[in-house]
Design a protein around this ligand. Sequence first.
Ligand code: F6P
Length: 323
Amino acid sequence: IKSIAVLTSGGDAPGMNAALRAVVRTANHYKIDCYGIREGYNGLIAGDIIKMGPRSVKNIINQGGTILKSARSKEFMTPEGRKKAYDQCVKLGVDAIVCIGGDGSFTGAKVFNEEHGIKVIGVPGTIDNDIFGTDKTIGYDTALNTAMDSIDKIRDTATSHNRVFFVEVMGRDAGFIALNSGIATGALDILIPERKDSLEDLFNTFRTAEKVGKSSSIVVVAEGEELGNIYDLAKATKGEFPNYDIRVTILGHIQRGGSPSCADRVLASHLGYGAVIGLMEGQNKVMVGMQSNKIVYTPIEEAIKKHNEIDKDLLKIAEILAM
Ligand code: F6P
C-alpha cells in the first residue's frame, strides 16, 4: 500500500483526533503517503483534501472534536457522489480510505468499496458504543464520564430540594451510556431501549423508593428509550404522584465534547495504528476493533449489522443497588 486518505465522518466523538494522529504517524513511520479529507465524505467528493505529515497532527491528542471536521454526507449516498469521490482518489493515487466514524459512515465505506474497489477500513468512533466487533468505541468513555459528572451535579439539587429528576442521555438507539452512567450515579431507575419497560414498572419503583424512605430520585432515560418522550414521562409521573417536584434535564451535545479521557486516547492510538497495520497486511472492508486488549478485524458489514449486547447482570445490579 502506498497512499492512504483518512476522514472523520458522522457525529464527532472525543478521541477522533487521537485516532487521526495515530493513523498519520503510523503511515509516516512505514513510509506511506497520507492525506486528510476534510468534512467527511463531502470533502472526498469536493477534493477538499490535504497532505498530512507527522507535524500536522501535533498538539491534538488532547483535543475533542475533529480537526478534519465531520459531516453526514447526503451526496455520498448517491452513486453520482461516490463516482466523484472515486475520481478524486484516482487523481491523488489513493489506494485506501481510513474511515473514523460510526455505522452510517461504515455503510458508505462498504458501498464505495463494492462499487469502485478502493480499499476501506473502519475505525469505530462514536459516543454511542453501538458497534459490533470492538469492546468499546472511541469517545464512549469520555461521554460516559461527562454524563456521570453532569448527573452528579444534578444530584446536588435533587437532594437539596427533595426533587425527582428525569435526565436524558444520548446513545441513539442504544442504552450503553444510560445504563452505565445510571449505575455510576446511583440512579433510582434507568430506562433503555434494550429492555421493555412499562410506566407501571416505573411507578412501582417510585412506590418502593417512598417506602424505603428515599426523598429524592434520579431516573436516567436513554434518548432511544421506547416508553415515550421524556416530558410525557415526567407528566405521567406527576399525574400519578401529584406531590412530586419533578424536573427534566436533557444533557444533549455536552456529551460529545471535551478533551478525551485517558482510556479514549489510548484506544484511539491503538485503533489508528491498527488500521494502518491492517491495510499493510492486506485487510480490506473490515473494521479494526479492540477485544480483550487485542486488535481484531471484523468484516465491516458485521460491524454495521450486529450489536453488542447490553450486560443483563448490570441491569440487575442497577435494580438491587438502587434501594
Ligand atoms: O451518534 C452520536 C449522536 O450524538 C447520538 O447519540 C445522537 O442521537 C446523535 O448523534 C445526534 O446527532 P446530531 O448531532 O446530528 O443532532
